[in-house]
Design a protein around this ligand. Structure first.
Ligand code: NIG
Ligand code: FE
Length: 410
C-alpha cells in the first residue's frame, strides 16, 4: 500500500463532502478552499483532509511519503469534456493559409478542414492511430487533465468512424485516466455524398449506429449543427436515432451561426451544448432553465480569431458553464487546460475562481463524471494536481506561459 501525506497546503481546492454537483450564477465566483490544509491518500484514495490544526498526526510511518506543500495549492485535475484527440496529422498548412487571409470556413469550402483530416485518417492504420493518440494522452495528463472526452468524426465513412471509435475504446482500456467516447459521424458531409446528404445521414443511422450499439463503442452522440454542415432538423433526426441506442447528445452548436440548435438540443436531452461563440436571447433563456452544460472553448476562439463565448452573460443568466480545450488539429491544436484557464480570464473576463469551477465541478457534469471527478472528497481516487509555489491562486491564470504543475497524483 502506498500512503501519501501532503501537509502545509496553501489552499486545498474543491475539497468537501457537500459541494454542489453543478454551479450556477453567484456560486461560480466562489471557490471551495481550505487554507493551510493537509490531505492524506492511500493508494490515491482520499482518506482524510482538513485544516492543518486538525491534523490527527501520523501514527504509522510505514510506507508514508510526506510532501511539504508550503506555498502550493492542491486541486482536482481538470476534466476535458470536449476533444478530438484521435487524429492522423496536424494541419499547420491551413494555419498558414489563415495567416494569409483565408477564413476557417473558406479553407473548409476548398476541401481543407475536417475533410482534410478525414482523408488522412482513412489512410492510417488503427494501430498507428492508437499509438499516436496514446502518446498525446500522456502529455495531456502531464498538463493537468484527469479525465477526457474524445470524439470520432474524422472517419466520415463506415470503416473510418468505427476505426476511430475502436481506437477510443482501446484508449479507455489502457489509459490511466477515465475516457468518454462520443460518436461524431455527423461532423461534415464527405465529398462523395455532397450531392446526396440524405444518403450520408442514412448511412450514419443504419450502417454505423447499430454497430456502435453492438460493440458498445460510444457514450454520447454529437452533430456539428452549423451552416454548411448539418441543419437543426438533421441534427434532431440523428439525435433521435442515437437515443434509440441510449446515446445522449453532446453537440457542436453556434460556432459561426445561430440555427436554433441550442434549444433543439436541450429539448432532446443534451448533456452539453458546446462552442456557443454565437448566442441569442432564445439560447440564453433555454440554457438558463436547463441542466444542460454550456461548454465554452476559448482555445478555438483564440486560434481561429473568432468571437469568444459570452461566459458572464451565461453565468449571470444562471446557466451551467464549463470550459474545455476542443483539442483538434484544425481549430484548436492545444490540450493545455491551464492555457484555457488563462484565456477564459483574459479574454472572457471570467474570474479565476469561476474558471476553475468551470474546469472542475461543471466540466465533470459535462461528461457525467460528477460522482468521481472534479472534487476532493473522502473515498475518491480521481487525479489531483499539486502546483509549484504560487504567490496566489490568481497567479495560475495570470502567468500564462509559466509551468505551474509540480506533480500529478494519479
Ligand atoms: O470543434 N467545429 C467542428 N469541429 C471542430 C473542428 C474540427 C476541425 O477543424 O478539424 C471544432 O472546432
Ligand atoms: Fe470540437
Amino acid at each position: 500500500m502506498r500512503r501519501q501525506f501532503i501537509k502545509n497546503i496553501k489552499g486545498l481546492i474543491q475539497a468537501g463532502e457537500d459541494l454542489p454537483t453543478v454551479l450556477r450564477g453567484a456560486q461560480m465566483s466562489q471557490l471551495a478552499m481550505i487554507e493551510n490544509a493537509y490531505l492524506a491518500l492511500e493508494d490515491n484514495e482520499v482518506i482524510a483532509y482538513g485544516p492543518m490544526n486538525e491534523w490527527p498526526g501520523i501514527t504509522d510511518w510505514r510506507e508514508v511519503e510526506v510532501i511539504d506543500a508550503s506555498n502550493c495549492y492542491v486541486l482536482p485535475a481538470f476534466i476535458d469534456s470536449h476533444t478530438h484527440t484521435v487524429f492522423a496529422a496536424s494541419r499547420e498548412e491551413e494555419f498558414v493559409d489563415r495567416i494569409h487571409g483565408l477564413s476557417y470556413e473558406e479553407i473548409a469550402a476548398k476541401g481543407g478542414g475536417i475533410l482534410n483530416s478525414a482523408k488522412k485518417l482513412n489512410e492510417m492504420s488503427e494501430e498507428a492511430l492508437y499509438d499516436a493518440a496514446f502518446e498525446r494522452i500522456q502529455k495531456i495528463i502531464e498538463a493537468g487533465t484527469g479525465a477526457l472526452e474524445i470524439k470520432s468524426g474524422y472517419g466520415l465513412s463506415v470503416e473510418g468512424e468505427l476505426k476511430m471509435l475502436r481506437v477510443i475504446q482501446k484508449l479507455k482500456q489502457t489509459s490511466p485516466i477515465q475516457i468518454k467516447a462520443t460518436f461524431l459521424g455527423a461532423h461534415a458531409i464527405p465529398t462523395d455524398f455532397k450531392a446526396n446528404r440524405v444518403a450520408y445521414i442514412d448511412l450514419l443511422i443504419n450502417d454505423i449506429l447499430p454497430v456502435i450499439a453492438e460493440e458498445n463503442l460510444a457514450d454520447y452522440i454529437d452533430v456539428f449543427c452549423e451552416r454548411n454542415y448539418f441543419t437543426t432538423a438533421e441534427m434532431e433526426q440523428i439525435l433521435d436515432a442515437g437515443a434509440k441506442y441510449g446515446l445522449k447528445p453532446k453537440v457542436h452548436v453556434n460556432q459561426f451561426s445561430v440555427l436554433g440548435g441550442v434549444p433543439a438540443a436541450i429539448a432532446k436531452g443534451a448533456v452539453s451544448v458546446d462552442h456557443l461563440e454565437e448566442l441569442d436571447q432564445n439560447d440564453l433563456a433555454a440554457l438558463a432553465k436547463s441542466n444542460c452544460v454550456a461548454t465554452l472553448l476559448p482555445g478555438c476562439s483564440h486560434f481561429l480569431s473568432i468571437p469568444f463565448g459570452a461566459a458572464n452573460r451565461l453565468i449571470d443568466a444562471g446557466a451551467v458553464v464549463a470550459l474545455a480545450s476542443d483539442f483538434n488539429p484544425g481549430s484548436s491544436p492545444s490540450y493545455d487546460l491551464m492555457h484555457v484557464l488563462s484565456l477564459a480570464c483574459i479574454k472572457m473576463k471570467m474570474t479565476p475562481e469561476a474558471a476553475i469551477n468551470a474546469l472542475t465541478i461543471n466540466a465533470a457534469a459535462a461528461v457525467e463524471l460528477q460522482d468521481t471527478h472534479g472534487k476532493i472528497a473522502l473515498g475518491r481516487k480521481s487525479p489531483l494536481i499539486l502546483t509549484k509555489e504560487l504567490p496566489s491562486l490568481a497567479y495560475l491564470a495570470y502567468a500564462y506561459t509559466e509551468k505551474h504543475i509540480q506533480r500529478i497524483f494519479i
